[in-house]
Design a protein around this ligand. Structure first.
Ligand code: GRF
Length: 208
């Protein structure tokens, strides 16, 4: 059994490609002292991502790094890692980051990169998870916080929250209901890390 980290006030970096509501939820939880962390940096691969301006408004360094300016994914990730190391980041928080993470980042931050997915993994990995859940006809979906590995939404699961699915839901309504739980679930998972309560054996996460 491996202890993922000792208790500490987490230095977080958020990676986001879009809206940034999970970033805002984490930031608010920190202000309310529900999460013992500080967000040192937000990086986006999309110039127009609202997450960038939300971070800047909160006084957090907001960095647009354009993947197209680098010859290979490895070069892009090396620059991301440089930025993370410069801020001595403990945990990299993917929040609507629309890129697969590769070896350069995974090797630099082993078991230190987390993601949130809007479904109960391993069901409905990948894009449009809420629509996938509706198309399948499940009665319960939800969200999952997991460690990131080289696969698409395949890493070890930290915590999950279930959300009911109703017959007249559409993808937007279901996404909105799940999002409310995402914000709470992400804070909870990160606080467990801050408290040094997360252990892992094989691919099973244990919470002490
Ligand atoms: C969330 O639904 C998250 O689960 C998924 O992407 C969305 C990001 O939303 N990975 P936001 O940018 O945090 O508002």
């Amino acid at each position: 059994m491996i202890k993922v980290m000792e208790p500490r006030r987490l230095k977080l970096a958020v990676l986001a490609s879009g809206r940034g509501s999970n970033f805002v939820a984490l930031w608010e939880a920190i202000q309310k002292k529900e999460l013992d962390a500080e967000i040192c940096l937000l990086i986006s691969d999309k110039k127009e991502a609202p997450a960038l301006s939300k971070a800047a408004d909160a006084g957090i360094t907001a960095l647009f790094l354009d993947p197209r300016s680098y010859p290979k994914r490895e070069d892009y990730e090396a620059e991301v890692v440089n930025q993370l190391k410069a801020q001595e980041i403990d945990i990299v928080v993917l929040a609507g980051y629309m890129r697969l993470v590769g070896r350069v980042m995974l090797d630099a931050y082993k078991l230190k990169i987390v993601n949130i997915h809007p479904a109960l993994l391993p069901s409905f990995a990948g894009l449009n998870a809420q629509q996938q859940a509706l198309d399948y006809g499940v009665k319960v979906s939800g969200c999952t916080v997991h460690f990131v590995d080289e696969g698409m939404d395949t890493g070890p699961i930290i915590i999950q929250t279930a959300v009911d699915v109703y017959p007249d839901d559409n993808a937007d309504i279901l996404a909105e209901r799940i999002l409310v739980e995402e914000h709470k679930t992400y804070c909870k998972a990160l606080q467990l890390l801050a408290e040094g309560r997360i252990y892992i054996k094989d691919r099973t996460v244990h919470i002490k």
